[in-house]
Ligand binder design. Structure first.
Ligand SMILES: C[S@@+](CC[C@H](N)C(=O)[O-])C[C@H]1O[C@@H](n2cnc3c(N)ncnc32)[C@H](O)[C@@H]1O
Length: 302
């Protein structure tokens, strides 16, 4: 069957692919190696959506990102932690925030060597000593013993995982009995009864986004819930925060279009520019109800 793309996707496709499809893991590593410094300069240490509930007073984007962490902990029922793992840690913003809040240690893994180095440097500068440690590591084969952590945290890395089942099984494996597993991630909409998959126009939109952001196939929050259940996790919570994050992409586009943003993009390189070109497609995906911003959490039984 012919795949029919909308006009925006068609326009963006030749720019994003340049005829090349790179290996997913090295593509992700390179994407974050190249773009993280610009993101940090423009947005700071958190590389995730902000939480902007309707009717709440206007706040800064940085505060909205912190509120995302706070809301996530609240929904998951986490009020303390001793040892956390930050799976897909970026430059360690969540680890530092949660470590300050609960006094816990944190180990973070990322595919990007530059992010791991920057996460370690920032944490040393901010006086965390050896309590926070970041390294290059794969979420699908985590370099940790079974049951090592009472808080297993994945903030916006799940969308990069090519094998969601393995991803959730690794999160559950490194979680200690009684500990909590949290995934906050991009999903596609939950399929309706009788629907075998997304529509062709929806797949075409996600394809363009996948090429630019190094993403494999997407799944829905209902798929994640089944994977959590299959791992024996209990007290499962899910949330759809697509409304609450809706101001985010407009804000990112606005910062990209400042003189500092444009100069930073030109300096960062083509992979980062590709990412910027696709931002309106993310906004469109949310508008169409195709892209969802979801939380899934669960507890490992004692
Ligand atoms: C959007 S950033 C989120 C960073 C961080 N969680 C935050 O909220 O600031 C996505 C992160 O996922 C990481 N990632 C993607 N695939 C991964 C994998 N297979 N193993 C480990 N990290 C991965 C990337 O390296 C990057 O650090």
């Amino acid at each position: 069957m012919m795949v029919r793309a909308g006009p925006l996707e068609t326009l963006v496709k030749p720019l994003t692919t340049l005829g090349k499809v790179s290996d997913l893991k090295s593509g992700i590593a390179n994407f974050y190696d190249e773009s993280s410094e610009l993101w940090e300069n423009m947005w700071g240490e958190h590389m995730h959506h902000g939480y902007y509930p309707k009717g709440a007073p206007v706040k800064s984007n940085q505060q909205a990102q912190i509120d995302m962490i706070e809301e996530t902990l609240k929904v998951a029922g986490v009020t303390q932690a001793k040892k956390m793992v930050d799976v897909g840690c970026g430059i360690g913003g969540s680890s530092r925030y949660i470590s300050r809040k609960f006094g816990c240690t944190a180990n973070g893994i990322t595919l990007s060597p530059k992010q791991a180095a920057r996460a370690n440097a920032l944490s040393k500068e901010q006086g965390f000593g050896d309590r926070l440690q970041f390294q290059v590591g794969d979420a699908l084969a985590q370099p940790f013993e079974n049951g090592s952590f009472d808080l297993v945290w994945s903030m916006e890395s799940g969308e990069h995982m090519p094998d969601k089942k393995k991803f959730v099984s690794e999160l559950a494996r490194v979680c200690a009995p009684g500990g909590t597993v949290i995934v906050v991630t991009w999903c596609h909409r939950v399929l309706g009864a009788g629907e075998a998959g997304l529509r062709e126009d929806e797949k075409a939109l996600l394809d363009r986004i996948n090429e630019a952001y190094y993403l494999p196939d997407w799944c829905s929050v209902a798929d994640y819930q089944r994977l959590f259940e299959a791992q024996g996790l209990t007290d499962i919570q899910t949330r759809d925060w697509s409304e609450e994050v809706s101001p985010f992409w407009g804000a990112v586009i606005a910062t990209a279009l400042t003189s500092e943003g444009l100069a930073g993009l030109a300096k960062a390189g083509w992979t980062t520019i590709k990412g910027a070109l696709v931002m309106p497609l993310m906004a469109e995906g949310f508008r169409r109800g195709l892209i969802k911003f979801n939380l899934i959490s669960g507890r490992k039984p004692q």
